[in-house]
Design a protein around this ligand. Structure first.
Ligand SMILES: Cc1ncc(COP(=O)(O)O)c(C=O)c1O
Length: 306
């Protein structure tokens, strides 16, 4: 990706001009917050999925870091729409980011101006492995997930992703598709950039946000879709070994969408050779219907681009 437009502090600029200074505070001290959003082709034109919820989370993440983004939620929503339009894309991934810029070095970010940018790109398959025949292969990372007493995990902050990157690289180098992370109490939290669900005896469970998991928008969508379709879903602590004996496991995230898991730490999930399970397939297809505007119940999640 080298062309198109990027929205930067209120204006659309050429891709090549969307630059930052090497002394940008966020580059040195990870003082940025960001979002990941998707725009889908729907039955009535392109639409952005849960735009309000993502922009609210961006503002909330900023609040945690004393960051005044200088734009209202409505202005940020319009900026995302304008960026998608300016790039002429009918389906894309949208990346808003707010960060402390260049001004005064030192750990205290407050003397620096906050900048906000929005970029878009095509992002088809975030987790390579895993398909119809077999779900993705995961390993439990040797890196513990950040403790909420160390970094506030309700903020989707750039700082959190050094921890994620260590886990993801470890998993990829070991030949797996993605990492699952445990918290410092040894309970399952999430994958490096996705929430995790287990299915046991027809019911869903996912770790609570108090475990350190991000309050994922896809996670919330799946819980609402599941409940609307009579599938029970609870937020509760999940142990590592519970993953191994689950009937089904899947990941959720804006980039990864609904990703079936076939293997964890070399143990096959379920009793069908690691193939995506019935409930995973059902929820994946219901999620795709909602995202593509085919389920009237969830039309409110879609913001038309045109
Ligand atoms: C650490 C982490 N957990 C979970 C998620 C899933 O969140 P969402 O569904 O809002 O994309 C993401 C991606 O944003 C993430 O980075």
């Amino acid at each position: 990706m080298t062309e198109g437009k990027v929205w930067l502090n209120g204006a659309l600029v050429d891709f090549a001009d969307a630059k930052i200074h090497v002394l940008t505070h966020a580059l040195h001290y990870a003082t940025g917050v960001f979002e990941g959003i998707r725009c889908y082709k729907t039955v009535s034109g392109s639409a952005i999925f849960r735009l309000q919820d993502h922009m609210q989370r961006l503002l909330d993440s900023g609040r945690v870091y004393f960051m005044d983004l200088g734009f209202t939620r409505q202005q940020l929503e319009q900026a995302a729409i304008d960026t998608v339009k300016a790039n002429g894309m009918d389906e894309c991934y949208i990346r808003p980011i707010a960060y402390y810029g260049y001004g005064k070095m030192g750990v205290n970010p407050m003397p620096n101006k906050v900048s906000v940018a929005i970029a878009v790109w095509k992002w088809d398959e975030y987790i390579k492995g895993g398909g119809e025949e077999k779900g993705a292969r995961l390993m439990v990372s040797s890196w513990a997930r950040l403790d909420p007493r160390t970094l506030p995990m309700h903020a989707k902050a750039t700082a959190n992703y050094a921890n994620s990157a260590l886990a993801r690289v470890e998993a990829l180098k070991a030949g797996f598709d993605e990492a699952i992370m445990l918290n410092t109490s040894g309970m399952v939290v999430e994958a490096s950039a996705e929430n995790v669900f287990v299915v046991k005896d027809g019911a869903l469970a996912t770790p609570p946000t108090s475990s350190g998991a991000l309050s994922g928008v896809t996670r919330d969508s799946i819980m609402k879709i599941a409940r609307a379709n009579g599938i029970a879903c609870e937020e509760r602590n999940i142990s590592r070994d519970e993953l191994y004996v689950a009937d089904e496991v899947f990941l959720t995230g804006t980039a990864a969408e609904v990703k079936p898991v076939g293997e964890i730490d070399n143990r096959t999930i379920g009793r069908d050779g690691g193939r995506p399970g019935r409930i995973t397939k059902q929820l994946k297809s219901l999620f795709e219907e909602a995202a593509h505007g085919k389920d009237g119940k969830f039309k409110g999640w879609l913001t038309p681009v045109n």
